[in-house]
Design a protein around this ligand. Structure first.
Ligand code: ATP
Length: 489
């Protein structure tokens, strides 16, 4: 992009000088020579020098990776092919050439590749798929060739028997061929990678294993996944609660934790967090401790850090008195409903702006749930609708503050339709027209709005009590909130 702007700018200046009557021929020649030099000499040099390829001496063990026990086990099994290659050879098993790690971002795929290198005592080269994509034809393919050559050189230099080439963002390099219409270059690069992998043989002196990572395995060209190429696929998922505890332990090992800190509770609160999020929580907590000049990291620092990672930095945005009243009513509405339908579920309610939110209610997630019943979905929808309905009940009108809530409610209704929980029964929702879907969606929402409104009306006094306290305190813990909602029904 920057390069395009530069070319445009250059052409403009060139034309201007020409119009002004300057002799631009020598400058033109100079630019042409420079361009040739860059394209055919320098860019080749860059490939030779392995620009973009990072070579790390990896000191990561599988024990340094929290959770992911299934992924680690599958990976270690695959790596044993490399470690015991003589036995494999004796049995006529063909060597493994590629392992694909797939899963959400920040779950430890890079760490697993590094640990694999240490486990197998291999040389390690890491490169990102995006670094192969160049505007010059053939550069990507040549980079791939250079990469394999370099891996062999490293094995020789480091006196090892194997090398692991780790390609991150594989979906950029290995997208379905033909999907990048304007870029023939992508296809050439991918073809070259496949050629290199097909040519890998154990008796070339060095065994090269390609490990690739992607967040979008569905975008990969089928040829990549063909047996004999990336024929091992390891799923690296978001960590479950046990995994989160293990990751938190790893990242607090070098930090002074106060005695009262319960990492299990932090793990409970952080459902859906990746390893990278959890690392960030421990780091932010240490920064909060530093800001307060504390010697130890306390529960309070960790809770603050979870909120920061989840919702973003606190903002100095100052709403007007009137807005603040509305925000407090809105958040109290959410909290009230949450405590009625799922007692003890609110962990925090606040009217301090954070990230995009003017206020927020945080809930304790139910223990790592992967299935939801109809009742659970309906309750969640009622909690999301309660903010706007509380505004309507107390102030007579709704506001734009509920737009995000409606989006969430509609997503949950969509889930109900897909799961056959609506009056349509089990049906292929994608075949329904908007006219068929709309009345069903509307019906579900109207019914749940009515149920929510009844609860708000019944508990209006408690709602206003929480609103008033929230306006002075700005933020309340779940326990304090519940003390004011003792008599709700
Ligand atoms: P991406 O898909 O974005 O490249 P990734 O899956 O490769 O992400 P990593 O780069 O391995 O993720 O992880 C990023 C950081 O998150 C690590 O350096 C580490 O601090 C932390 N992390 C992630 N997963 C784990 C884990 N399972 N155990 C310990 N730390 C982890």
């Amino acid at each position: 992009m920057k390069f395009d702007i530069l070319i445009g700018l250059g052409a403009g200046i060139f034309a201007f000088l020409l119009v002004m009557g300057y002799n631009v021929l020598p400058i033109g020649l100079l630019i042409a020579v420079g361009y040739f030099f860059w394209t055919f000499v320098l860019s080749r040099q860059v490939i030779k020098n392995g620009n973009g390829v990072s070579i790390a001496t990896t000191a990561i063990d599988f024990e340094d990776i929290g959770g992911q026990s299934v992924a680690k086990k599958e990976l270690q099994e695959a790596l044993d092919f490399l470690l015991y290659s003589d036995r494999m050879k004796a049995l006529g098993i063909r060597p493994i050439k590629g392992i694909l790690l797939s899963g959400p971002t920040g779950t430890g795929k890079t760490l697993l590749a590094k640990a694999a290198a240490k486990y197998t005592n291999s040389a390690f080269l890491s490169v990102s798929g995006s670094e192969f994509v160049e505007m010059y034809a053939g550069v990507g393919a040549e980079r791939v060739r250079g990469l394999f050559k370099r891996a062999r050189e490293m094995v020789r230099k480091e006196k090892k028997t194997s090398a692991i080439i780790f390609i991150d963002e594989m979906d950029i390099l290995g997208a379905k061929r033909g999907s990048n219409v304007s870029h023939h270059e992508y296809d050439q690069t991918l073809n070259q990678l496949l050629v290199e992998m097909d040519g890998l043989k154990a008796d070339q002196g060095a065994h090269i294993l390609v490990m690739a990572a992607t967040n979008r395995p569905e975008a990969l060209d089928a040829a990549i996944l063909r047996p004999g190429r990336f024929d091992r696929q390891v799923k690296v998922d978001l960590p479950d609660k046990e995994g989160r505890i293990a990751i938190l332990k790893i990242h607090t090992k070098n930090k002074p934790l106060a005695q009262e800190v319960d990492l299990e509770e932090i793990a409970h609160e952080t459902f859906g967090f990746s390893g990278a999020h959890l690392e960030s929580v421990t780091n932010e907590a240490a920064i909060f401790a530093l800001r307060e000049n504390a010697d130890e990291i306390t529960e309070h620092h960790l809770h603050e850090a979870v909120e920061k990672v989840m919702l973003g930095e606190k903002l100095d945005r100052k709403p007007t008195e009137e807005e603040l009243q509305r925000i407090a009513i809105h958040e109290s509405g959410h909290a009230l409903l949450a405590e009625v339908v799922r007692p003890n579920s609110v962990s925090q309610i606040s009217i301090r702006s954070r990230g995009n939110a003017l206020g927020y209610v945080r809930h304790y997630p139910k223990d790592d749930l992967y299935l939801y019943t109809q009742a659970m979905l309906e309750e969640q929808i009622m909690v999301t609708l309660a903010g706007a309905l509380a505004e309507e009940q107390i102030l007579g009108t709704r506001s734009t503050g509920a737009m995000g809530d409606y989006e969430q409610a509609l997503n949950l209704v969509e889930k109900m339709l897909l799961a056959g929980m609506s009056s349509l029964g089990v049906t292929d929702v994608s075949l329904l027209s908007a006219e068929q879907r709309q009345p069903v969606t509307k019906g579900i929402l109207a019914d749940l709005e009515e149920r929510t409104m009844r609860i708000i009306e019944k508990n209006e006094q408690a709602l206003m009590q929480v609103t008033e306290i929230l306006k002075t305190e700005e933020s309340l813990s779940g326990e304090t909130l519940r003390a004011h909602l003792k008599h709700i029904a």
